[in-house]
Design a protein around this ligand. Sequence first.
Ligand SMILES: [Mn+2]
Length: 301
Amino acid sequence: MSYDFSPQENFLGLDEESSALETARVLVLPIPYEGTVSYGGGTKFGPRAIIHASMQVELFDREFGKECASEYGVHTLPALASTHHSPETMVRYIEEAVYDMASRYPDKLLFVLGGEHSISSGVGRGLARAHNVDRPLMVQLDAHSDLRNEYEGTPFSHASIARRLLDDGWDIIQLGIRSICTEEMELITARHDHLRVWFAEQVHADASWEVELTQRVHGRDVFLSIDIDALDPSLIPATGTPEPDGLTWNEALRIIHTVTRNAGRLIGADCVELAPIPGHHASEFITAKLIYKTINHIMAR
Ligand SMILES: [Mn+2]
C-alpha cells in the first residue's frame, strides 16, 4: 500500500479552476507521519483515505446555502514525505516545512492532514513563527490531553504535543478529554493560568462552556488541532486509541463554530489520528466532512 493519494485526486475532488494553487485560498497539506504510535497503527494511511473519501462529500453546504469550496478554492499539496528520522527530527522537519509554506502563502489558510498527533507541535510552531504570533493559543479537540512530559522514551510523541507547546509558552484549551494520567491532572491544576480543560462530560452536560470559550478565544491567534478521537467511537471507530463517551457531531461542530466565530485570527488547523480500517468507510467520510465544515466556518469569517 502506498501512503500517497492518486494524482487525479484532490481534497473534495475539485475541478482545475477551483483547485489551482495560484487562486485557491485554502491549502491542504497531507503529512502521513506515523512514528511513535503506541497502540493501533495505521495513521500513515489517514491523509490518503480522507482525500479519497472527500471526493464523495457534497460541495453544497446547506448551512451556508452554497458550494463554499467552489468559491474559496482548495489546493491539495503533495504529501510531506515521512522520513526515517527520530520523532524529534521529524517534528523539526515538519515545523520548517509548515513555516516555509505559511510564509510563502500568508493569506491562504493552511489545513494539515495527519498522520499521528505528534506532528501538531511542529505544525503549531511553524504556523506561529510564520504569522509572527506573540501569544499563540491552541484549541485542541481530543480524548487525551497529551500533556505527558515524555512517553515511551521520547518527549516528541503523540502523548506530549500539548506539553511541548505549553513549555514553549503557548496557551492551551482542550475539549472532549476523557482519558488522562496523574501527571496530567496535576499539571492542569498547577498551570490553570495557561491551560483550560473541558472534560467530555462537561461538554455533554450543558452549554456553559460556550460563554467562557468565547471569551478565551476572543481576539486571540488560534491554531485549531482536531484529534479525530475527540469524537465518539460510534462515529469514528477508525482511530488508534478510541475512548467511549466522546463528542457528538453537533458538539464538535458547535465547538469549532464558537472558535472560528470569535478568534482574532485562525493561523491554521490540522486533523490527525484517523487510522483507516479496510472495508469501513464511515470514519474517513465523516472526518472529511468535518474538515470541510471546519474550513467553511473559517472561511466564512
Ligand atoms: Mn487523542
